[in-house]
Design a binder for this molecule. Structure first.
Ligand code: SF4
Length: 245
């Protein structure tokens, strides 16, 4: 292959990864090649940069038996995400826990039941929304995902967002909010106000596992949920209630 042909081929490959939302080439040990500049607390620019948007099925196929980060070594099941491919509302957590790892489904443990309760109290069903995580494999011992793991995985989540194009995203907890918005601010300073993710309203709020430890914060999360319903033009079915039990 001539040098110019090789260069043209590489440009095409880089374009494909760029379209998928990768900010670097997902090859273990390689330095970042792409570094899209994003503003803290908001990510500007169109959700579809003009290149082909992949279907969720195609994104899952692209993931394959992913070994792009060390989390693959300890996972039982990858947790891709589930819900409606046309969802108007998307919930994003940080990563699967033990129950999710066991079942290969997002938010099915105790915290997941609380999230389901919140969704139901908003007058919706899990099938109406889309639920995913920043990383798709369980961090051992439920630790936070590490930076290299987030970097290896988040491109797939960004592709899922581009495919679904929800009207509103709810980022659950500090890890998810920081990863999506590239900010260092804690959830306590970010929650309750819409941020911008490529033209999509993004509401940071507390993670359901935090609510299990701090039940009094359910009222605060319900306040955030009401703002989400309003942004979607939906009535709050149980205005006097907060997040469930
Ligand atoms: Fe691949 Fe993401 Fe799992 Fe890492 S966490 S192995 S990048 S699917």
């Amino acid at each position: 292959m001539t040098n110019s042909k090789f260069a043209a081929t590489m440009v095409e490959i880089l374009k494909v990864y760029d379209a998928m939302g990768f900010e670097f080439l997902p090859i273990p040990g390689r330095d970042e090649v792409f570094s899209s500049k994003i503003e803290p607390e908001s990510v500007t620019g169109p959700i579809d940069s003009g290149t082909e948007v992949m279907t969720l099925q195609a994104i899952r196929q692209e993931l394959g038996n992913c070994k792009r980060c060390k989390l693959h070594k300890t996972r039982k099941n990858m947790v891709f995400g589930e819900g409606s491919s046309n969802a108007r509302l998307m919930f994003i957590g940080e990563g699967p826990g033990a129950d999710e790892d066991e079942q290969g489904r997002p938010f099915v443990g105790r915290a997941g039941k609380l999230l389901t309760s919140l969704i139901n109290k908003m007058g919706l069903r899990r099938e109406d929304v889309y639920i995913a995580n920043i990383v798709k494999c369980r961090p051992p011992g439920n630790r936070d995902p590490e930076q290299d793991e987030v970097k290896a995985c988040i491109g797939f989540l960004k592709s899922q967002i581009a495919s679904i194009t929800p009207e509103v995203i709810v980022a659950l907890g500090t890890v998810a909010t920081k990863a999506i918005l590239s900010t260092d601010k804690p959830i306590t300073r970010l929650r309750g106000e819409f941020r911008d993710y490529k033209g999509i309203k993004l509401m940071p709020t507390y993670h359901p596992s935090y609510l299990l430890r701090n039940p009094s914060a359910k009222t605060i999360v319900w306040t955030d949920a009401l703002k989400v319903l309003k942004a979607l033009g939906l009535e709050a079915p149980e205005p006097a209630e907060n997040v469930g039990t």
